[in-house]
Design a protein. Structure first.
Length: 202
């Protein structure tokens, strides 16, 4: 499938999700509005979970490109991490119905979308490590680049998991978008202190 056709499909899926949430993303409607045969859609996307997780992966690629143009370099490690999660939260939640639909898709455990979920998590980890270091995400992929340390990898994984858990709470309308960032900042502060204490005791 060409990238142009894939983009049309994902654009339609995002619009339908924003208009009516997860249940509004029906593959027959996506195919018709994107101008592709239903069989073609099924050959490339096995269900709405696959569609929505692919859309999120694409959105994350866009965010990574933005970070490459303007990396997060100001402040200390926790401040840079907070700035990153503020940006990624704002980017996802600017379309709240689509965001909630995507969160539901990512948490579904659907096997067909597992590849997109894994790719998304890897992109997020790369951007989190870049924010920790105050560098462009692309610099981590350059020849000779220092791979993430065990500390960086564990910190990135834990923060991503905590952030997603807070997103689920926001999706359930338990707290605000600002609270997602506050909770992630608190987690970053505690984890950075905890890792530092662990290193000092070794």
């Amino acid at each position: 499938m060409s990238q142009d056709r894939k983009d049309r499909i994902l654009d339609v899926a995002i619009r339908l999700a924003e208009e009516g949430g997860f249940d509004n993303v029906r593959q027959r409607d996506v195919a018709a509005q994107a101008g592709v045969a239903l069989g073609t859609l099924y050959n490339n996307f096995k269900g709405k979970e696959d569609l929505l997780s692919a859309a999120l992966e694409r959105e994350t690629q866009t965010l990574e490109q933005r970070m490459n143009r303007k990396p997060i370099v100001e402040g200390n490690e926790v401040e840079r991490l907070t700035s990153f999660f503020q940006s990624v939260t704002r980017a996802l939640c600017r379309k709240p119905n689509y965001a909630r639909a995507t969160i539901k898709a990512m948490a579904s455990g659907d096997e067909e979308s597992a590849g997109n979920v894994v790719a998304y998590q890897a992109q997020m980890n790369s951007m989190i490590v870049a924010a920790m270091r105050g560098v462009k995400p692309s610099s981590l992929k350059e020849e000779g680049a220092e791979p993430p340390t065990e500390r960086e990898f564990n910190l990135a994984i834990l923060l991503q998991q905590l952030w997603f858990a807070s997103l689920v709470g926001w999706s359930a309308k338990l707290h605000s978008q600002a609270r997602i960032v506050e909770q992630t900042k608190m987690a970053a502060e505690l984890l950075v202190l905890g890792f530092a204490a662990q290193e000092n005791n070794e």
